[in-house]
Design a protein around this ligand. Structure first.
Ligand SMILES: [Zn+2]
Length: 506
């Protein structure tokens, strides 16, 4: 049976920040050894860089191997063993002389064939090799934290993130207060708003000193962290932190939440003005405000007018615009940018044509990229063969390989980028056609609050002067807004023909 040494290393250098901690490496390797039935005789750990030769513990381990006290090494990745050619060469030499009969890495598969040794020497030699495993390592790091019962997130209210130990600890200032709140809510005698004011009086407030939002309070009440668990990616895990309450109390809180935790609907606010904050004064640029007036007849009217607050420029806009007149103009603007049904169909047909043409050209584009990528792959294979056949020097091999890899990456990104958003503009055009056609219905239904939102979205510089509403429409709405009335009338009529060439000049 082969005897193995475990070797773990992490340097304190910046570039290795993302590498697993020694503790995490050990845990993973022990697990790996167990699963694969490896016989471990000793564990070595070292916090040194492997860029230069001369690591004490590493040398010690190799001399133990030379003496025959073990024939295998288990490490997280080849880059843990060596990142310089001297140490790498020593390991490979020990493999060649059969002092090392097995090298195991959870992240790298090795066998003592010429090809295997070649791959290993590349792994030893490539300084940037570790970045390939970055993602995997980060994920392992998170798993390791979870295994230790640590939540990698912001501490909930009542706790704080201990920066040095990276644990979550009770916060002396708030721990007992939150506990009091949880107990109070569990009695079932509190609604969310009542518990909100109780929290406020205890000084449990948000960042700005205001009462906590009801939704954050609900979140606190539902957080399993308080009884000792925590959630990660939808899964519950046993935490290592000090629980605040028992699970039983937590269950009572959940019941209380069901019974009376629903926040009551706010009393209806006094009726707001429909077009407030919709337009500015066309002369001075100040906000247009609104007011209610009751006429002698008893009828109530709403008026819009310039606040005339500018001190620099005395505004001359005295006119009051009645809400119904305002509304009428909003409707007109909506009609102006709407697309008649007939033209909706024609545009959609045209779009279908574009989509077909586009599909053909984009297929070709993607095909070409794919061809180029597989050509690079073939080149890489030939290059490796040439190196193995010793017709290439290592330096030359690496240089060419790196250049090819970079080129491949660029092309792959281009391809996935293209596949993601190649047809984006067609999508946008389709949305525009449908939205413009919908505008007609908004106007028809006299849905003024929707019309208002729609105009806010598609138009800027909305201004009011001398009782007249003006809007600068964004492209391509501008095109519709500028259509002469006759063209629109012709476009809306049943007799609309393709001879209304203006509709095609988008
Ligand atoms: Zn004004």
């Amino acid at each position: 049976m082969i005897k193995y040494f475990i070797y773990c290393r992490k340097s304190s250098e910046d570039e290795e920040r993302q590498v697993l901690s020694i503790e995490a490496q050990l845990a993973e390797l022990r697990e790996f050894a167990k699963q694969n039935g490896l016989f471990i005789v000793r564990e070595y750990t070292e916090s040194k860089t492997a860029k230069e030769p001369g690591r004490e513990i590493f040398n010690q381990m190799l001399s133990e191997i030379e003496k025959g006290n073990a024939e295998g090494i288990l490490a997280w990745n080849p880059d843990r063993l060596a990142r310089n050619s001297v140490d790498g060469g020593r390991v490979i030499y020990l493999v060649d002389t059969l002092k090392i009969r097995s090298l195991k890495f959870p992240t790298f598969w090795f066998e003592a064939t010429p090809q295997g040794k070649f791959m290993l020497s590349v792994a030893f030699g490539q300084a940037k090799y570790y970045t390939d495993n970055l993602r995997e390592n980060i994920l392992r790091g998170i798993r390791q934290k979870i295994r230790r019962g640590e939540l990698s997130a912001k501490a909930p209210l009542g706790y704080f993130n201990e920066p040095r130990l990276r644990t979550i600890e009770p916060d002396k200032k708030t721990f007992n207060k939150v506990k009091e709140i949880l107990r109070a809510f569990a009695t079932g005698e509190y609604t969310l708003t009542k518990i909100q004011s109780k929290m406020f009086s205890l000084g449990l407030v948000g960042k700005t000193g205001k009462p906590l939002h009801l939704s954050s309070i609900e979140h606190i009440l539902k957080n399993p962290f308080y009884y000792g668990h925590f959630q990660y990616r939808g899964e519950l895990h046993q935490g290592s932190h000090r629980p605040m309450i028992a699970k039983k109390l937590f269950d009572q809180i959940q019941q209380a939440l069901k019974d009376n935790g629903k926040p009551r609907k706010k009393r209806k606010e006094k009726k707001e003005f429909l077009f407030l904050n919709f337009a500015r004064c066309g002369e001075c640029g100040y906000c247009v405000t609104a007011d209610r007036k009751i006429k002698k007849s008893g009828r109530e009217y709403v008026y819009y007018f310039c606040t005339r607050k500018s001190k620099i420029q005395k505004c001359s806009q005295h006119r009051f615009l009645r809400e119904e007149h305002f509304a009428e103009q909003v409707k007109e603007h909506c009609q102006k940018v709407s697309l008649p049904d007939v033209w909706r169909e024609r545009y959609l047909d045209k779009l279908k044509m574009w989509e077909n043409e586009n599909r053909q050209t984009s297929d070709l584009f993607a095909q070409n990229l794919k061809k180029e990528i597989s050509a690079i792959k073939a080149k890489l294979e030939r290059l490796t063969d040439a190196y193995l056949a010793e017709t290439l020097e290592l330096a030359e091999f690496q240089q060419t390989k790196n250049a090819l890899m970079a080129e491949k990456k660029t092309k792959e990104e281009k391809l996935s980028d293209f596949e993601r958003k190649g047809n984006h503009w067609l999508e946008l055009t389709r949305n525009w056609i449908i939205e413009a056609n919908q505008a007609k219905n908004l106007a028809l239904q006299e849905n003024f609050s929707e019309m208002k939102n729609f105009l806010k979205k598609i138009g800027s510089n909305r201004r009011l002067a001398a009782g007249k509403l003006e809007i600068d429409f964004k492209k391509p709405w501008q095109f519709l807004a500028k259509l002469p009335a006759e063209a629109r009338a012709a476009g809306e009529g049943e007799a609309a023909t393709a001879s209304n060439s203006i509709w095609w000049t988008m």
